[in-house]
Design a binder for this molecule. Sequence first.
Ligand SMILES: O=C1O[C@H](COP(=O)(O)O)[C@@H](O)[C@H](O)[C@H]1O
Length: 249
Amino acid sequence: MELAMENTMERDHALDLPRHVAQDLFPDAATMSAALADRVAAMLRHAIGQRGRASLVVSGGRSPVPFLRALGQRKLDWARVTVTLADERWVPADHPDSNAGLVIANLLQGPAAEARFVPLYGGENSPGDGLAACAARLGEMQRPFDVVVLGMGDDGHFASIFPGIPRLGELLSESGPALAATVPPAAPHARITLGLSALLDARRILLPIAGAAKRSVIEAAAGGHESFPIATLLRQRRAPMHVFFCPST
Ligand SMILES: O=C1O[C@H](COP(=O)(O)O)[C@@H](O)[C@H](O)[C@H]1O
């Protein structure tokens, strides 16, 4: 298997993923977060050098905190960077479950506070009510996105594209809706999420994964378990994809 290995871990620790998906393995979450921040910062600097500005899509949830903190400390011309989210829980930014709140508290601090943040949540009563205004805000962002950093839940969801939701097939279609309202079957809060078609409008997709449970899920998805939404993301070839993995959470 040809892999973009960046460290000294043994080849046989590599994840069983399709050959077109690059992967790097790290000994622990801190090392992985720092490497991911370095990689994203380098891509944003490159984009600014090439086009004068850069766009970044990040994810929420629990796992991205060390990465977001590390990225916020990287030196780059943050005033030229626009940041948005892959998905949002329909709660205001001061709610503890808000992905925007997570990004503001952990990434958009110090020099990184100069970045422009495009929120998905707009204060309407429901994600459905907020869809049009959110689409208009996102429509002002430069495309393709320079970097999309996704996360994956234990149930194989990414963004807020959960197994079993209505319109799952549409959201996982490369020609499907760019944005949709969703209600996760088990997780809290109604959501708004970018669909696969919008997430693939990217120069690069990075997917950090930590721990044995998520490793089993992503490998099962790669092996053909289509009930995991991440299986569709792994199969696509429109946007180059790169998995970062560490065994500890
Ligand atoms: O609900 C969400 O979950 C996923 C995965 O989150 P994690 O806590 O397991 O890292 C996340 O990527 C998504 O943005 C979030 O809204």
